[in-house]
Write a protein that binds this ligand. Structure first.
Ligand code: CP
Ligand code: NVA
Length: 308
């Protein structure tokens, strides 16, 4: 890799054209997943995956994706590596990036991923931090476009916590020119600096009904994210009016979709009926698309020339 690798630390590391190219390539990889020539694109390449938090989808999709493209993936967790014993991030970055071709990290602090990337000789992908979840947005954008063609000019409603997912949706609205209507309980809004950067695209209220009215996509996430387990009971009370159900969806535009990055807590942030209603909810396609979108992302960051 060059001394200046491309990273995906937030969605804003991509421009609009690059983002749409990755989504197009993800669709191609999905449609042609069993074609032989695609199984060799990353022959011999190694992905190191570092997890400070739990994961199902991110771990499986990156590991399966790498192996389907001919490469391999290493699972590293805080407790089994020297990370957990205080080895400086800059030292780990120099060492790990001298041995592998690409790195994915899931951490609490966004700053830790950024520090690793600063000292890495190979591309670094944010697999979720407290602040952002750009890989999930690649899959979410792919999924919406798969069902409805384009996000441009549409309205997306975010209902619930102004968390990492919400903040990555703000980035997406800046890149793809759609309106984002956020409804959060008071005190749970996304970062103010970020919302003011996106003020032409983003509106914030405390009313799920206001946000959902006329929306083409309604999306939500858990009330207590990883690392906030001790606030769970308090949040269940504070977010009690923010559950997404068929009633709320009835205010949305005709043909509106529902998405959730998963894992979901049925009957907390979304009713079980809505989550399972496949005429509205596209959560299973959304989860599957993590695989295709991240394969396309890795090929982009590793500068694999045209394959479609
Ligand atoms: N949506 C998502 O990132 O899921 P995991 O936490 O299971 O990876
Ligand atoms: N906001 C959630 C997303 C999980 C994929 C969390 O950070 O736990």
């Amino acid at each position: 890799m060059t001394s200046n690798p491309r990273h995906l630390l937030t969605l804003l590391d991509l421009n609009k054209d690059e983002l749409l190219t990755i989504v197009r390539n993800a669709n191609f990889l999905k449609a042609n997943r069993h074609k032989d020539h695609l199984r060799e694109l990353l022959n011999g390449k190694v992905l190191a995956m570092f997890f400070e938090k739990s994961s199902t989808r991110t771990r499986v999709s990156f590991e399966a994706g790498m192996s389907q493209l001919g490469g391999s993936a290493l699972f590293l967790s805080t407790k089994d590596t020297q990370f957990g014993r205080g080895e400086p991030i800059c030292d780990a970055a120099k060492v790990i990036s001298s041995m592998v071709d690409i790195v994915m990290m899931r951490t609490f602090k966004q700053a830790d991923i950024e520090e690793f990337a600063e000292h890495s000789k190979v591309p670094v992908i944010n697999g979720l931090s407290d602040d952002f979840h750009p890989c999930q947005l690649l899959a979410d954008i792919q999924t919406f476009m798969e069902f409805r063609g384009t996000l441009e000019g549409q309205t997306v409603a975010w209902i619930g916590d102004g968390n990492n997912m919400c903040q990555s949706w703000i980035h997406a609205s800046m890149l793809l020119d759609f309106d984002l209507k956020i409804a959060c309980p008071e005190g749970f809004e996304p970062n103010q600096q970020l919302t003011s950067l996106a003020k032409d695209r983003v509106t914030i209220s405390q009313s799920p009904q206001t946000a959902a009215r006329g929306a083409n996509l309604v999306t939500t996430d858990v009330f207590a994210s990883m690392g906030q387990e001790d606030q769970r009971q308090l949040r269940l009370t504070q977010f009690s009016d923010f559950k997404v159900d068929h009633n709320l969806m009835s205010l949305a535009a005709e043909g509106a979709l529902f998405m959730h990055c998963l894992p979901a807590h049925r009957n907390e942030e979304v009713t079980g009926e809505l989550l399972e209603d496949e005429s509205i909810s596209v959560v299973w396609d959304e989860a599957e698309n993590r695989l295709h979108a991240q394969k396309a992302l890795m090929l982009f960051l590793l500068q694999v020339p045209n394959f479609n």
